[in-house]
Design a binder for this molecule. Structure first.
Ligand SMILES: Nc1ncnc2c1ncn2[C@@H]1O[C@H](COP(=O)(O)OP(=O)(O)OP(=O)(O)O)[C@@H](O)[C@H]1O
Length: 213
C-alpha cells in the first residue's frame, strides 16, 4: 500500500520552474531514496510532501490525507530538513525536553529512549555547541523519532558522519524500517543510500525518474 502519493505536482517560484509534473508514490514499510545534484529540487519536493510549501499545482496524499487541505502538517511524520536548530547552551537532553514540552504526550522516558536509540547518552551534560556535526545529526534524528512517527523524512542524514557513523545510522534506519515504518531519504550521494534503499528515484532539474524500483 502506498503511504505517500504525489500526483502531477508542479512548483514555480518567481519565474523558475522548480518541480515539473512530479508523479511518484512511496510504499509503506520501505526505505525510499531520492538522489540528485545540488539544486535539482529534492529538498523542495520533500518540503511539499511535509506541507511546508504549497505546490503551484497537483496533489499530495500522505497516509490517506491531502497535504495542505485535510492536514496542514501531517502529525505522523518525523522530519529533518536542513540542520535542526538547537539551543547551543543546553545539553542534548534539555533541548529535546524543551521541544517535547510543546507536546505533553512525550515524557522523559520517550526522550531518553530516542536518544539511546541513535547512540547518544541522555545523561551527557555537554552543551550542544560542543557537539560534532555527527552528534547534531543524531540529536536531530532523536528529535524526529520522539513521537514514534509512521514516516521519517530525512534530508541528507549522513552529512557530517564519519564511516562508522554512516554505518550506525544505516543500521538504525534499517531497524526503524523493521518496525513497519516508512523512510524517505534525500541525498546527493547515490553511494550513501543505494545499499539501504528499497527504491531510488533521481531528481534532475525538477524532473523525477525511477532508477531502482
Ligand atoms: N525561495 C526560493 N525562490 C526561488 N528559487 C528557490 C528558492 N529556494 C530554492 N530555490 C531553487 O530551487 C531549486 C531546487 O532547490 P532544492 O533546495 O530543492 O535543491 P536540492 O536538490 O535539495 O539541492 P541541495 O542538495 O543543494 O540541497 C534550486 O535551483 C534553488 O536555487
Amino acid at each position: 500500500m502506498d503511504i505517500i502519493g504525489v500526483s502531477n505536482v508542479c512548483l514555480t517560484l518567481g519565474k523558475t520552474e522548480i518541480l515539473k509534473h512530479i508523479n511518484v508514490s512511496f510504499e509503506e514499510g520501505k526505505i525510499h531514496g531520492l538522489i540528485g545534484r545540488n539544486g535539482s529540487g529534492k529538498t523542495m519536493l520533500m518540503k511539499c510532501i511535509c506541507g511546508f510549501i504549497k505546490p503551484t499545482s497537483g496533489e499530495i496524499i500522505v497516509d490517506g490525507k491531502k497535504v495542505g487541505k485535510d492536514v496542514d502538517f501531517p502529525k505522523d511524520m518525523g522530519i529533518i530538513i536542513e540542520t535542526p536548530g538547537f539551543i547551543p547552551y543546553y545539553s542534548g537532553y534539555k533541548n529535546l525536553k524543551l521541544l517535547a514540552g510543546l507536546n505533553n504526550k512525550i515524557g522523559k522516558e520517550e526522550i531518553k529512549s530516542s536518544m539511546k536509540q541513535v547512540g547518544l547518552d541522555p545523561d551527557l551534560k555537554r552543551h550542544v555547541r560542543k557537539y560534532s556535526l555527527g552528534m547534531r545529526q543524531r540529536l536531530g534524528l532523536a528529535q524526529a523519532i520522539m513521537e514514534n512517527p509512521k514516516i521519517l523524512i530525512l534530508d541528507e542524514p549522513f552529512n557530517g558522519l564519519d564511516k562508522d557513523g554512516v554505518k550506525e545510522m544505516r543500521e538504525y534506519l534499517l531497524s526503524y524500517k523493521e518496525q513497519g515504518k516508512t523512510i524517505l531519504i534525500c541525498s546527493h550521494s547515490a553511494e550513501d543510500i543505494s545499499v539501504l534503499c528499497d527504491t531510488v528515484h533521481e531528481m534532475d532539474k525538477g524532473v523525477i525518474s525511477e532508477i531502482k524500483g
